[in-house]
Design a binder for this molecule. Structure first.
Ligand code: S3P
Length: 177
């Protein structure tokens, strides 16, 4: 019933490791709609992994691709009049243009969690170039603090605790209904 009332993209923003992709996938299943992961879309269109893109072309180039990919996903869902769940990379919402577009067109959900949880979850996958040049806990803590001013502009805030995502998903569903 909830699914039929939603006609806008649902966009998940928040730090790396918070669980945007896992939560997003499950949410899309529950809402019976497609799921897109902006990071995966960038990798697919560049035919390179994110660390390769950072190494070869630098972060600015990646940010530009990220901005275009998210704009395309949102526009496509508008044209198709089909809802979609989109997981964004942790830095996407820091870009003013991307942030404005998301806030205008989508139901935006900020997934947040304790730094400990971010550290634990990012340690499982070695694919984050920003965590390679220092202590992940320090980097994650600093980025979370710097970015909170942007993330907090999302109208829906959900705290994701350590452990399974079921509760987080239920909180997101409550938030968007
Ligand atoms: C980044 C987060 C990553 C990825 C890139 C940069 C960031 O996405 O886009 O490594 O700036 O926080 P996840 O949030 O999916 O890890």
């Amino acid at each position: 019933a909830l699914a039929r009332r939603i006609h806008r993209p649902i966009v998940l923003v928040g730090m790396m490791g918070v669980g945007k992709s896992s939560v997003g996938k499950r949410l899309a299943q529950l809402l019976d709609c497609p799921f897109a992961d902006a990071d995966d879309e960038i990798e697919r269109s560049a035919q390179m992994t994110i660390p390769e893109i950072f190494e070869t072309y630098g972060e600015d180039y990646f940010r530009d691709g990220e901005r275009r990919v998210i704009a395309r996903l949102i526009t496509d869902s508008e044209v198709a009049k089909r809802r979609i769940v989109i997981a964004t990379g942790g830095g996407a919402f820091v870009n003013p243009e991307t942030r404005a577009l998301i806030l205008e067109k989508a139901i935006t959900v900020w997934l947040d969690s304790e730094v400990d949880t971010l550290v634990e979850r990012t340690a499982r996958k070695e694919n984050r170039p920003l965590l390679r040049n220092g202590n992940p806990r320090e980097i994650l803590g600093r980025l979370r603090e710097e970015r909170a001013q942007h993330y907090s502009q999302a109208p829906i805030h959900v705290l994701s605790s350590a452990g399974p995502h079921v509760q987080t998903i239920n909180k997101v569903l409550q938030g968007i209904s």
